[in-house]
Unconditional design. Structure first.
Length: 469
């Protein structure tokens, strides 16, 4: 046993390591004395008969005098509940992609010789591993042939269909209701309630039509099958793919050590998250700075290796030998340290590259050298640190076409301060036609859902974290 992963109504889950296979396993321990023991046995039997990439593998079921043990695949990632809580909501594209995966899962369960109903599709029972959704907790599941023999079968409030509370007959359309509720939840960041306000959804008639077709109070008004729902979701996927937004990369590099690259990158990450665009600060060079920062803030990494302190999400450099996936963030701010050539090559195809420069007499030669070399294959933004906007430098003509900004001194990178105006100006002005940021503005204007840093309130108060539409 390595450590305890969590506890539920019926038992406790532990992380274990298989010494011979050198693989992790999750072990669910359920005391035989608990009232949910029979439910646990039923869940184990369901899982053993299901073989699908979206369902954890059950390796064995053991028991002793006091407990039963379900030994299954260990899933690395986070629950859908944790993901949505962290980001405040998902993009429509991501929500639709996850819903398609879920629909295919329930379609697989219904295709069994004796179809299986899950009956508790809800955010805490869905695990996001990279871009894949895995379905867990089958303690409410039953065979379709048995669905009418147990009376009321309560699911989770906000996601369970009306017939689960009214004692009506259950069938595949009961799970379809939950898929619609989950789609609403992923887009809005909150459960839909008994009467979801479809007008609040992002402005897509296809999205509203799908949610409505899933969540009709009467089963006869819902999609008749998982296949029918899947076809509607695939149409919706094609509709939203035009506006799909990947994580936006901002590279930050300094012309020399000690110029303030990390301070600037952390400050920019904090600014973005405070103003509605959750950003991940990624340490893209070998350094202990991020770990030391977290240590002195008493912050610890989560299971994805991400550290949160204040509004800043930090992914330290774990070395090239460590391959770790991390959850989706709308913006990734990459701190390249002094590796400005590497940063320039990565951003040569587009994106924002902030070159943190020194403007003092003894620093200007290094700045000009880096700017000249970079300008041959990319377009860095020259950001002169610790210099007020009223100051003006005279640069050589051959690099005079590069954009120049002046970043004032700001002592605390994880709080609102004098740097905000500079960051806002850069992100507002450096948006030519076809640029990703310009596209984001058009998407937001068309959908009318988000207030971001480009139109942040004069009060400077942070809006809640939101994800790009």
């Amino acid at each position: 046993m390595c450590r305890k992963l969590g506890s539920g109504r019926s038992g406790t889950v532990y992380l274990a390591f298989h010494l011979e296979l050198e693989e992790y396993r999750a072990i669910k321990v359920v005391p035989k004395a608990v009232s949910g023991y029979e439910t646990f046995r039923k869940e184990a039997l369901f899982l053993k008969e299901l073989r699908h990439p979206g369902i954890p593998i059950v390796y064995d079921v053991e028991e002793d005098e006091d407990n039963s043990y379900l030994i299954e695949e260990y899933l690395e990632g986070e629950s859908l509940y944790a993901l949505v809580k962290r980001l405040g909501g998902l993009s429509v594209k991501m929500a639709v992609d996850f819903s398609i995966q879920l629909c295919r899962l329930i379609q697989f369960m219904y295709s069994a010789n004796n179809p299986i109903l899950h009956l508790d599709l809800q955010p805490k029972n869905l695990f996001v591993c990279g871009k894949t959704v895995r379905l867990t907790d089958f303690d409410h599941a039953c065979h379709a042939s048995d669905a009418g023999t147990f009376g009321r079968r309560y699911g989770t409030i906000g996601f369970a269909a009306p017939e689960q509370y009214e004692g009506g007959p259950l069938d595949g359309r009961t799970d379809i209701y939950a898929v619609g509720a989950l789609l609403y939840y992923m887009c809005m960041g909150q459960p839909p309630g008994k009467e979801p306000d479809l007008a609040k959804l992002p402005s897509s008639r296809g999205l509203r039509r799908v949610v409505c077709g899933c969540m009709a109070a009467g089963k006869e008004m819902r999609y008749p099958s998982a296949q029918a729902l899947l076809e509607a979701l695939l149409e919706l996927q094609a509709e939203v793919s035009e506006d799909a937004v990947q994580s936006q990369i901002i590279a930050v590099a300094g012309v020399k050590r000690g110029i303030g690259t990390t301070h600037t990158a952390v400050g920019l990450s904090d600014f973005l998250t405070r103003n509605g665009y959750p950003a991940l600060y990624q340490e893209s060079h070998e350094s202990d700075a991020a770990r030391n920062f977290a240590k002195n803030r008493n912050a610890k990494p989560d299971k994805n290796g991400i550290i949160r302190t204040g509004n800043v999400y930090i992914r330290p450099s774990y070395g090239k030998s460590v391959q770790m996936s991390y959850p989706y963030f709308p913006v990734i701010v990459k701190d390249f340290g002094t590796a400005w050539k590497e940063a320039g090559r990565e951003l040569s195809g587009g994106g924002l590259f902030l070159l943190v420069c020194g403007g003092k007499w003894w620093e200007i030669d290094g700045t000009v050298h880096a700017a000249r070399e970079l300008s041959s294959f990319c377009r860095p933004i020259l950001l002169f640190n610790h210099m007020d906007a009223g100051f003006r430098l005279s640069l050589p003509e051959d690099i005079g076409f590069l954009p120049v900004y002046y970043l004032p001194f700001f002592p605390n990178p994880i709080a609102a301060g004098r740097a905000d105006a500079c960051f806002r100006e850069i992100l507002t002005l450096e948006t030519g036609d076809g640029n990703t940021w310009e596209r984001l503005k058009r998407v937001r204007k068309r959908r009318g859902r988000f207030r971001g840093f480009l139109e942040s309130p004069a009060s400077g108060k942070a809006s809640g974290p939101r994800i790009f539409p």
